[in-house]
Design a protein around this ligand. Structure first.
Ligand code: SF4
Length: 300
């Protein structure tokens, strides 16, 4: 019996659903019940009747699923699949920063731990960061945590001054202007699409800037044939599958997130068999974090 069939059989028996992030390896993407970005997946999982959610992504994503579906069992197939960007925001340090800016509104990117979300006033994604900031009362101080580049991009677009946390995604940091220039020379007809987690000097070279959901939509509708993609390279598998007539080139061949690549089919099967690793979020933290998430959803 193929491993994919074993997963399918066990998934049915246990009434489980498999959520897969766009950056996962191709064969894991292929067994997805739902494929997408972190927040979108967790929202869609809320409306299913599954008892178990297996989240093929990284820890903060599985936490969001648990916060939005507290009554369900949420499993992460590899307990080491973390997010260095999310880990750069320390709850105690954030508490200190808040204390020195007592009237500031705290905006937390969804790439944060539940403890950080619990301290935030509102969450945001890479797709709605500009909208979220625009709805904050003029003149209010705003702390943006943890991604300095997404924050700088949102500040530029909104004209607001943000207090930026000095975090960054190590994978997107590899997408530097030099590699973008090189790819453009190799593929002069291609449209350059970058993720807003890229550095400011790289974003200045983009034709378009989108989060992963926006990239997928844009490429589908575009009449262009070639695209240079500036984000984690795993998304190219999905882009190619959904747009077989178009060509995709990674802006940076080394933009590979090691954490996103930890999940394999073997680990997914094991996770379902052993019902591990179970994600737990304390009731108090989940309740506070869900307020920040729901506030964001209300203004989307
Ligand atoms: Fe975190 Fe960056 Fe990896 Fe995404 S690609 S999980 S933001 S380290």
């Amino acid at each position: 019996m193929k491993i994919q069939d074993k997963i399918l059989e066990l998934k049915k028996k246990k009434n489980a659903i498999i959520l897969v992030h766009n950056y996962q390896i191709g064969e894991v993407q292929d067994i997805a019940d739902l494929l997408g970005d972190s927040l979108d997946l967790s929202r869609k999982a809320q409306s299913t009747t599954a008892d178990i959610i297996v989240f093929c992504g990284v820890h903060f994503m599985a936490e969001i699923a648990k916060i939005l579906s507290p009554e369900r069992m949420v499993l992460l197939p590899d307990v080491n699949a973390g997010c260095p960007l999310a880990d750069m925001a320390d709850p105690e340090e954030l508490a200190k920063l808040k204390a020195s800016h007592p009237n500031a509104v705290v905006v937390a990117y969804v790439n944060t731990s539940a403890q950080i979300k619990a301290q935030a006033d509102i969450c945001c994604t890479s797709a709605n960061a500009i909208n979220v900031i625009n709805q904050i009362e003029e003149g209010k101080e705003i702390i943006f945590v943890p991604d300095q580049w997404l924050g700088a991009y949102a500040a530029k677009k909104t004209g607001r001054k943000l207090i930026l946390w000095p975090g960054f995604c190590p994978t997107h940091m590899k997408i530097i202007p030099e590699v973008i220039d090189k790819k453009r020379k190799e593929h002069p007809e291609a449209c350059v699409i970058l993720h807003p987690e890229c550095r400011e000097d790289s974003l200045a070279l983009a034709d378009e800037i989108f989060g992963t959901g926006g990239m997928l939509n844009y490429v589908k509708k575009s009449s262009k044939r070639e695209f240079i993609i500036g984000t984690e390279t795993g998304i190219i598998y999905r882009l190619k599958k959904e747009n077989p007539e178009k060509e995709f080139y990674p802006a940076q061949d080394m933009a590979i997130c090691p954490n996103m690549k930890l999940t394999t089919l073997e680990k997914v099967l094991w996770s379902l068999e052993e019902e591990a690793y179970k994600i737990q979020v304390s009731k108090e933290i989940a309740q506070r974090a869900s307020v920040a998430i729901e506030k964001m959803l209300a203004i989307k």
